[in-house]
Ligand binder design. Structure first.
Ligand code: ATP
Ligand code: MG
Length: 409
């Protein structure tokens, strides 16, 4: 079947109340960025809905991208036809005939006369459309309560729309409608998923990555740039702040508190991230923590680490199981990058037995007796490099640097 348009519906929450206009505007901006890659397609807004006129673009390809638009509950591919009975009946027959219909497939016609001058009522149309279908397609059976296929027929003045498929959209809230947060983006599996979850909930995200160059390689950095680039396909643009963390880490090792190293590092990260949040107008930090996953993510650890910032610490994955996080990372397209075997800054300094129950007072004492720590944290903030990543634009890797070989994938 060749589809003429796509119908995009908003989630319940997004269409109600005084926020509707703001939500629609944000989602429209998101749609328009995505449609840049499909020049023949265009968009039209109606109450609680968007229509994408495909103009010959392939429906599956456009749908695949539009599934990234947050705040959209569902998408239906639509066939449009003149609002005349004969034309509608003819198209309904080819619409249903193009589907695989095993014996006994249940269906119903759900017609809606939006254009009141159309000569047949909604009720009549249900009968008029389903009658010939039942005669022509003997495997069909009517079930008005719980049909496998519901053929919707929307009769409008300009055209009549036929559709049955309802493809789930990304859900959540339109991009950026809930403010901005900084995502602590490592090269792991979890934090990109946390970033996507935050974006899905209407947060604009800027990424922060801590690297320990030259202890960590440029490949490790490239991996993070690529991850941020994937995230940008969900938002049209993502900023990535690369923080030089080597000096802070080196200094922390001098405290000779092996088991507290991770706690100290995480706290330093949160302090730097909080400063960057303030500089960039963000009101929260997002991490990929998941309760109990590693030593730094036990409740006592998170308690001590979290006190390093006054900003709300958002942990979208906190109650999720690893297999579900992995599945999400596959769905959003970050998994293959995340599992590339390049070292993260923390793995280099990871002690043999990190504390699962760090003592806040000891931590605070170590930090207080190291005046250089504040200086190094300050220097890391000042030394931060920022790049902007956009979908379809090659990320700015350093000239002449080795790049990740395609055959890694
Ligand atoms: P991930 O898969 O996201 O790396 P993880 O399970 O490996 O998570 P940790 O390495 O303990 O867990 O990191 C916990 C969180 O701390 C990460 O999800 C991320 O938000 C943040 N984080 C860790 N390392 C870095 C880093 N080098 N740069 C930025 N954020 C980091
Ligand atoms: Mg990690």
């Amino acid at each position: 079947m060749t589809y003429d348009l796509l119908l995009m519906r908003f989630g319940e929450m997004a269409i109600k109340g005084k926020n509707r206009k703001r939500f629609e505007k944000a989602a429209m901006a998101h749609v328009l960025t995505i449609l840049e890659a499909f020049p023949r397609a265009s968009v039209r807004k109606e109450y609680g809905r968007f229509y994408i006129m495909l103009g010959g673009e392939s429906a599956p390809a456009v749908i695949k991208e539009l599934k990234k638009v947050f705040g959209i509950a569902s998408i239906s591919p639509v066939v449009a036809v003149a609002s005349e009975l004969e034309a509608i009946l003819h198209t309904a027959a080819s619409f249903m005939g193009s589907q695989t219909l095993p014996e006994g497939t249940t269906f119903k016609v759900n017609a809606r006369r939006v254009w009141k001058d159309f000569p047949h009522s909604s009720h009549e149309m249900n009968r008029l459309v389903s009658g010939p279908l039942l005669r022509e397609l003997p495997s069909l059976k009517v079930d008005v309560h719980n049909p496998q296929i519901e053929l919707r027929v929307e009769i409008r003045e300009d055209q009549t729309y036929l559709f049955s498929e309802v493809i789930p959209g990304a859900g959540g809230y339109p991009l950026g409608t809930n403010g901005k947060a900084m995502l602590l983006l490592s090269g792991g599996i979890d934090s990109p998923v946390a970033g996507w979850s935050a974006m899905r909930r209407g947060l604009e995200i800027e990424c922060i990555h801590f690297h320990s160059y030259p202890f960590t390689s440029k490949k490790a950095e490239e991996k993070v740039i690529r991850l941020a680039h994937v995230l940008s396909t969900y938002s049209g643009e993502v900023k990535l702040h690369l923080v030089p963390f080597t000096e802070v880490q080196t200094l922390l090792t001098k405290a000779k508190q092996d088991s507290l190293m991770i706690t100290l590092m995480r706290r330093a990260m949160l302090k730097i991230a909080s400063a960057l949040a303030e500089q960039n107008g963000a009101l929260a930090l997002v991490t990929g923590d998941s309760l109990g996953q590693v030593a730094s993510q036990t409740l006592p650890s998170m308690n001590v680490i979290g006190r390093a910032t006054e900003l709300p610490l958002l942990r979208p994955l906190i109650m999720m199981d690893k297999p579900d996080i992995i599945q999400l990372s596959q769905e959003i397209g970050t998994y293959d990058l995340s599992i590339l075997p390049f070292e993260d800054c923390c793995s280099l300094f990871v002690p043999k037995s990190p504390s699962t129950n760090p003592n806040l007072r000891i931590i605070q004492k170590i930090e207080a007796t190291s005046p250089e720590l504040t200086q190094e944290i300050e220097a890391a903030i000042v030394g931060t490099r920022t790049m902007v990543l956009r979908p379809g634009v090659q990320p700015p890797f350093n000239e002449g640097e080795e790049v990740i070989q395609e055959d890694w994938f």
